[in-house]
Design a protein around this ligand. Structure first.
Ligand SMILES: Nc1ncnc2c1ncn2[C@@H]1O[C@H](COP(=O)(O)OP(=O)(O)OP(=O)(O)O)[C@@H](O)[C@H]1O
Length: 410
């Protein structure tokens, strides 16, 4: 544990010049206690997490001895680059309390349970600050990401969306891969988006016994014009897809995010902090390392990483033997490193590639990739943490929205 002591400041006086402070000021000043110090610390924010240190559970201990105060700040990670700033802010806040003459700031480390609680608080705060979108507050959001292109992220996203759609569960599919959109081709859809009632209407597609509502840049622009869009416009396009599209009635939105950690994933994280991130990777280590970067983006924006999906995990021949074409174990290693579950491994299956070019979904067919994708969808459907989040925050917000709409209608 590291300590820093700052000694007495020059004698302090009140605006009338009388000595100020308690024990050290030689008068019957206010009695210092830990509760007063905590109150003074309530305004100190973690600049990265955007919430107060007290609220985040980072003020582990406050000890007062006479006019000396010791504060222990528990950090999220060893060697946190913000420690100098946090020390200065904590010291300054404690010095504001009359009677304090000496401040010691110690640093400790949050344990796994404390870190989880901190992330939940930071996520809640981010959700409170997030701008309004047209997506119902109760709708779950699955953000399908990868560290680099070509790992099968879009194929996984559309197949999962189709597997999750069923009667009573309307699934939206947002192709946020604005430069490299492929969702219309993978679903065998063409045509244009149309507006009605002042909102852009998603295109509807029946899949199995469910329905998908799909929005893609591919329904707005030709592939060669989309490439001309640049950073600022890209994040604006994503914002528009979330504000101006009629997503009402959607219970779950699957987003095919562009690979990496550029403008669009950042905008999505800011606009939809309730998103659960799915990281798609392939078995080789290099793909894993870049996928870990995508997961890091999620962490920095307080999004919950729900798990890792390993794609192209091996080729299963007609006799049932599996051949690891691209290596083995990458998904498991990444999941371990991130402390999240490996949701499943999708084998290399020509049904995905051939079907993708014909707009046929592997998840609706009998092949090995289809059954792996159905199993992953089942796990996602049963995720208790997601159900808990949806039941608390979302339902409450929906109830408030309905009440406000009722009042507005008179
Ligand atoms: N499990 C699989 N088995 C066989 N082929 C697959 C599998 N998953 C994806 N593919 C094929 O790999 C290629 C890349 O897939 P896809 O476009 O889904 O990747 P991506 O990660 O979304 O790439 P990008 O970000 O560049 O769009 C496609 O031709 C697709 O059909």
């Amino acid at each position: 544990m590291e300590e820093a002591v700052s000694g007495p400041e020059p004698a302090r006086t009140d605006p009338a010049g009388r000595p100020r402070g308690g024990h050290g000021a030689g008068g019957a000043g206010p009695v210092l206690d830990a509760a007063t110090i905590r109150q003074a610390l309530a305004g100190v924010q973690d600049p990265e997490l955007g919430a107060g240190l007290v609220e985040l559970g980072m003020i582990r201990e406050v000890a007062v001895e006479g006019s000396s105060v010791t504060v222990e700040v528990a950090l999220t990670m060893q060697g946190c680059p913000l420690r100098t700033r946090l020390r200065a802010d904590v010291e300054a806040a404690v010095r504001q309390v009359p009677g304090v003459e000496q401040v010691t700031v110690r640093f400790g480390l949050l344990d796994a349970e404390e870190r989880r609680a901190l992330m939940a608080t930071a996520r809640r705060r981010a959700q409170e600050r997030a701008p309004a979108t047209s997506l119902p507050a109760r709708a779950r959001v699955l953000l399908v990401t990868s560290g680099k292109g070509g790992v099968g992220k879009s194929s996984v996203a559309v197949n999962l969306a189709a597997a999750l759609a069923r009667p009573g569960q309307v699934v939206g599919l947002l192709d946020a891969d604005i430069w490299g959109f492929s969702v219309p081709r993978l679903l065998g859809m063409d045509g244009r988006l149309e507006a009605a009632g002042g909102k852009i209407q998603p295109r509807r597609l029946a899949v199995g016994d469910g329905e998908l509502r799909v929005v893609s840049m591919g329904f707005l622009a030709e592939e060669d014009t989309a490439v001309l869009w640049r950073g600022l416009k890209l994040s604006r396009a994503v914002q528009q897809f979330l504000e101006d599209v009629a997503w009402d009635g959607v219970d779950l939105l699957v987003i095919d995010a562009p690979p990496g950690t550029g403008d669009v994933p950042m905008a999505l994280a800011r606009l939809l902090p309730r998103s659960e991130v799915l990281v798609v990777t392939t078995p080789p280590l290099a793909a894993q390392q870049v996928a870990a970067r995508a997961a890091d983006l999620a962490r920095r924006h307080h999004l919950r990483v729900s798990g890792v999906i390993e794609n192209m995990a091996g080729f299963v021949c007609e006799h049932g033997s599996s051949y690891p074409l691209f290596g083995e174990g990458g998904g498991e290693r990444l999941a371990d490193a991130l402390g999240v579950p490996l949701l499943g491994s999708v084998p290399f299956d020509p049904a995905v590639a051939v079907g993708g070019d014909r707009g046929e979904l592997a998840v609706l067919g009998p092949g090995p990739a289809g059954s792996a994708l159905r199993a992953i969808a089942e796990r996602l459907r049963d995720d208790p943490q997601a159900a808990e989040a949806a039941s608390c925050a979302g339902r409450l917000l929906d109830a408030v929205e309905r009440a406000v709409a009722g009042v507005a209608r008179g």
